[in-house]
Design a protein. Structure first.
Length: 165
């Protein structure tokens, strides 16, 4: 019996050492992954805003041409960009205020669903004005948004296409 106790004690010590080694290995892996995550590219606020600017422009020409499918696509691209701003840029003051766009986006989305050109135009103006209001409240008043007067790309046709039956 006296010989069993030292053997069990030795096994317990070896197990503790192995567990400590595994814990240290796991901690090193966690540290490495945290470093990689911190270094992973994440779009800046400006990249998101530039994307929204393009979609805002394209949305205008889609609506003006009553291309409701394209307008629906473009407004949802704007909504997706806003969701991504809130996800990836949540520490920014601007991100905290971006929900002020929701009523204007909802109104515009409704106009698109109704395929109502008059409501589209008034809702688009409201969205544009709300963008500028947000810019003023976040000290970015020098970024003035306006209703586009020409498409952002010369290689896109904004006219409504014949639908497949």
């Amino acid at each position: 019996m006296k010989q069993i106790f030292p053997i069990l004690f030795s096994i317990a010590l070896i197990s503790c050492n192995q567990q400590t080694d595994q814990t240290q290995l796991l901690q090193k892996r966690v540290d490495s992954l945290e470093h990689q995550l911190a270094e992973t590219y994440k779009p800046g606020f400006g990249e998101f805003m530039s994307g929204i600017q393009v979609h805002h422009n394209k949305l205008w020409f889609a609506g003006e041409n009553e291309n409701w499918k394209l307008a629906d696509f473009e407004i949802h691209e704007i909504m997706e960009a806003i969701d991504n701003i809130k996800k990836y840029q949540k520490e920014r003051k601007e991100s905290e205020m971006i929900d002020m766009l929701n009523p204007a986006l909802d109104s515009l989305n409704n106009a698109i669903k109704l395929k109502n050109p008059k409501l589209f135009k008034s809702s688009f103006i409201t969205l544009t004005n709300t963008c500028n209001q947000c810019h003023r409240q976040t000290q970015f008043e020098f970024n003035v948004v306006k209703i586009p007067d020409q498409p952002p790309f010369s290689n896109q046709d904004f006219r409504k296409q014949l639908e497949k039956k």
